[in-house]
Design a protein around this ligand. Structure first.
Ligand code: ADP
Length: 589
């Protein structure tokens, strides 16, 4: 590290230094003798603007800036899982050990344990040829996850030597001779620039749903594995609960959770709770498949800006191994605010509401890193990266720039609604405004894996919910009596859909997760009442109270209580039969 420039201006997280000839965009520098970590985000002649990831109080003009010649990188190797990092991949635990609870500045702690030995098992032999991305061997990283050690991007050739046994992440485990006869020593550690997407072979159209066990998400507004979705919602509407439910139950194999807390203690809750959570499928601790990145509000804003990229790069790395990865960012508004603050200090021309004009392109760049991909290498490996970002628009106003720019690039919109949250209808996702553009892609999966009529039941039930909104207007104006029996039936069915199907308590162990098959059975139980009753309600003197008083109706209301075990399908079928018989018995002629 050599001294290069001299500080001429400090403005919060922005430092301007002169005498920096030869500096490159996004190069990492160390600022002042405190060695604060910063990144060059603007160059003008020999003057550079540096975004500093630590508190700059006490730093002033005349102090030195040291260049490092490296870009902002993450370290990728076994040991990432179960880690909790700050926005620039410093493990919080080690930071605390090195500096106490109040993190002092300029501390260097590596992102990964350099001493720990991992049991490396090769899957290739000396003499074999490999391409970038090909698996050289494996390490059991946690009890849930096998970590593939891949040939790094940019390296290909013949394996000269490959080892087996216990190694730390910097020791050589293989030597590859490239076409020019040059030897490359390969260790388990790869470094990658956070702002550069990791290479892939091709992207596919995502065609498999990411199953979260939350009924309104999976059945009404499904997201595909490799898709991009956003959850905008005002304060207290349930963004964090939804993101955490997804992190806990969704069927991705790896979870990267980025928390940009609004208040310091909100993130603290997540940090205290998450390591305790158990994976409902395996009974193991969820952290064994999770990487967490935490920005509390007392960390400098610039670190938030980097945290999104740090997270997505780690996620891509696991995708490259062929895993289904899901990344949750809560909330991206805090990230956008960090962009706005830096842009303001750089005195750039502000765009809408003071956000920089490039907010849209930055947002797009982030979400475009999602996808279902064919991974690099000669092996036919597929992986996916699903990106789900929460947005917290001030006052719940969805027309603000961060929400609008996010909606432009994401294909799923789960709109949280303060009114529903106030009525304690959870998840407070508005079924009238939310949408998904993945329905068409995943309909074959539904038809093959769940049931032929799932898609049509979904469409029909959505229609009923929309119809309800219209009919409610009429009822408000002229009363229930004005409705025809069929319209009354629509209202009753919509009520049942809302209360018995969409309502779901994330804090109830039984209710929090519903397998997709069971979601279909439940939906069919409710719609079966509708279809059967439709045949009888038109009769003269039909008595609705008689229908609602049928004992079987209680069973339909409680259809979520039928356990999703081996007999579930038969039990639901019995319920449907019973329902049909009971309702048809009301027929007078
Ligand atoms: P936000 O992140 O949007 O500010 P939270 O996710 O913290 O909001 O949710 C606020 C509160 O709403 C939670 O503390 C919880 O009581 C309730 N809540 C939200 N979603 C659910 C849910 N799916 N099931 C039960 N309660 C919920």
């Amino acid at each position: 590290m050599q001294k290069q420039g001299t500080i001429i201006k400090v403005s919060g997280p922005l430092v301007v230094a002169k005498g920096m000839e030869g500096a490159k965009m996004y190069e990492v520098v160390r600022v002042s003798d405190k060695k604060l970590i910063g990144e060059i985000i603007g160059i003008n002649g020999d003057e550079v603007s540096v975004q500093v990831y630590e508190e700059t109080s006490g730093v002033g003009p005349g102090e030195p800036v040291y260049s490092t010649g490296e870009t902002m990188q993450v370290e990728l190797a076994p040991g990432l899982l179960e880690s909790i990092y700050d926005g620039i991949q410093r493990p919080l635990k080690d930071l605390e050990k090195a500096a106490g609870a109040y993190i002092t500045r300029g501390i260097d702690v590596p992102g990964l344990d350099y001493d720990k030995k991992w049991d490396f098992k090769s899957v290739k032999n000396a003499g074999e040829s490999v391409m970038s991305g090909d698996t050289l061997g494996e390490v059991q990283e946690t009890s849930l996850i096998k970590h593939k050690i891949m040939t790094p991007p940019g390296v290909a050739g013949k394996i000269k030597e490959i080892k087996n046994g216990n190694f730390n992440i910097t020791e050589t485990i293989a030597v590859i001779t490239d076409a020019d006869g040059k030897d490359h020593n390969i260790s388990m550690l790869q470094k990658w620039s956070i702002r550069k997407p990791r290479p892939i072979k091709t992207k596919f159209i995502p065609n498999e749903p990411l199953i979260s066990g939350t009924r309104i998400l999976d059945t009404m507004f499904p997201i595909a594995k490799g898709g991009a979705g956003c959850i905008p919602g005002p304060f207290g509407a349930g963004k964090t609960v939804t993101q955490q439910t997804l992190a806990k139950y969704c069927d991705a194999q790896i979870i990267v959770y980025i928390g940009c807390g609004e208040r310091g203690n909100e993130m603290t809750d997540v940090l205290a709770e998450f390591p305790e959570l158990e994976d409902p499928n395996t009974g193991e601790k969820l952290m064994k498949r999770t990487v967490m990145i935490a920005n509390t509000s007392n960390m400098p804003v610039a670190a938030r800006e980097a945290s999104i990229y740090t997270g997505v790069t780690i996620a891509e790395y696991y995708r490259d191994m062929g895993y289904n990865v899901a990344l949750m960012a809560d909330s991206t508004s805090r990230w956008a605010e960090a962009l706005r603050e830096m842009s303001g200090r750089l005195e750039e021309m502000p765009g809408e509401e003071g956000y920089p004009a490039y907010l849209g392109s930055r947002t797009a760049e982030f979400y475009e890193r999602s996808g279902m991909v064919k991974c690099l290498g000669s092996e036919e490996r597929q992986g996916s990266l699903t990106l789900i970002g929460a947005v917290s628009p001030p006052g719940g106003d969805l027309s603000e720039p961060v929400t609008q720019n996010t909606l432009r690039v994401t294909k799923v919109f789960w709109g949280l609604d303060a009114k529903l949250a106030y009525r304690r209808h959870f998840p407070a996702i508005n079924w009238l405004t939310s949408y998904t553009l993945y329905q068409d892609n995943i309909k074959d999966y539904w038809a093959n894996e769940i049931a032929e009529d799932f898609e049509s039941l979904r469409a029909e039930s959505m229609g009923i919910l929309q119809e309800e909104a219209k009919l409610e207007e009429i009822v408000r104006l002229v009363g229930m009596e004005a409705l025809s029996p069929k319209e009354r039936l629509i209202l009753e069915t919509a009520k049942s859909l809302r209360e018995d199907f969409l309502f779901q308590n994330a804090f109830d162990d039984e209710d929090a997760f519903t397998p997709l098959k069971k979601q279909y059975w439940m939906l069919k139980s409710i719609m079966n009442v509708y279809h059967t009753a439709f045949k009888v309600v038109d009769q003269e003197d039909f008595n609705f109270d008689e229908l609602l008083a049928l004992p079987v109706m209680q069973k339909v209301v409680g259809c979520k209580n039928i356990k999703a075990n081996d007999e579930a399908e038969a039990n639901y079928k019995n319920l449907w039969e019973e329902t049909e018989k009971a309702i048809m018995s009301l027929r007078k002629i």
